[in-house]
Design a protein around this ligand. Structure first.
Ligand SMILES: [Zn+2]
Length: 226
């Protein structure tokens, strides 16, 4: 037994040494201003927390309502991209706070929360689903269930941001499959960014085919349609 704990001790010392070396060669940088040796500096975090809500809300094809907490520009855009592409998972906390505040203002009624799923291949590459990090926090705060296994992404689609207009619609067509019973449920879909709204719409369309009573969609930021 002693040998096992000694080996475990050596292993954790090795891990610490590896982390120290990684920090030395690749020091952490603030997600926004690039300040060295801190992943999120106090100034940028405060600025993000103080960024005013600019809640948009509109009816969309298969969604009862679609909303975002502000435009996909400036600080909000940097934070969403750092969460999504650069591994700054801790930004899910302040960004989820925006979603929670927007939802309190919107006053929608829903029973469960669903993050827009990633395809398994992209999940493997990224290591996490940023929409799930957001949805989890929203669900805890609102005392609701975050259902991560209701819908599967069965096609590994292109990034919507890389595409335009009609390409976005065909890109996500048939991308989702409902795998559990959602009949009669009022569902809130959560995503990081919404542009044309085709991803939320396609997911909502599948949920409706399976009997969902209502489907709402919310994202942290709203990009311009093109
Ligand atoms: Zn900073």
């Amino acid at each position: 037994m002693q040998g096992t704990s000694a080996r475990a001790g050596n292993w954790s010392r090795l891990q610490l040494a590896a982390e120290w070396l990684t920090d030395l060669v690749f020091p952490p940088l603030c997600w926004c201003c690039g300040r060295v040796d801190v992943r999120s500096c106090v100034d940028c975090l405060r600025a993000l927390q103080a960024a005013p809500l600019q809640v948009t809300a509109r009816r969309a094809d298969k969604l009862d309502m679609e909303s975002a907490t502000g435009p996909h520009v400036g600080l909000l855009q940097s934070a969403v991209q750092a969460l999504k592409y650069e591994g700054y998972k801790e930004l899910a906390e302040p960004l989820a706070e925006r979603l929670i505040n927007a939802l309190r203002w919107l006053d929608w009624s829903f029973d469960i929360i669903l993050p827009i799923p990633l395809h398994s291949e992209r999940l493997r590459e990224r290591g996490y689903n940023q929409a799930e990090l957001l949805a989890d926090r929203v669900a805890v705060e609102l005392g609701l269930f975050c259902a991560t296994d209701c819908v599967a992404r069965v096609r590994n689609t292109e990034q919507q941001a890389q595409l335009r207009g009609a390409e976005r619609r065909s890109n996500v067509k048939g991308a989702f499959e409902v795998v559990t019973d959602v009949a009669g449920l009022r569902i809130l879909l959560v995503d990081d960014v919404v542009t044309s709204g085709e991803t939320l719409n396609e997911c909502a369309s599948e949920l409706r085919k399976h009997g969902a009573a209502a489907v709402y969609g919310i994202a942290v930021s709203k990009g311009g349609q093109s």
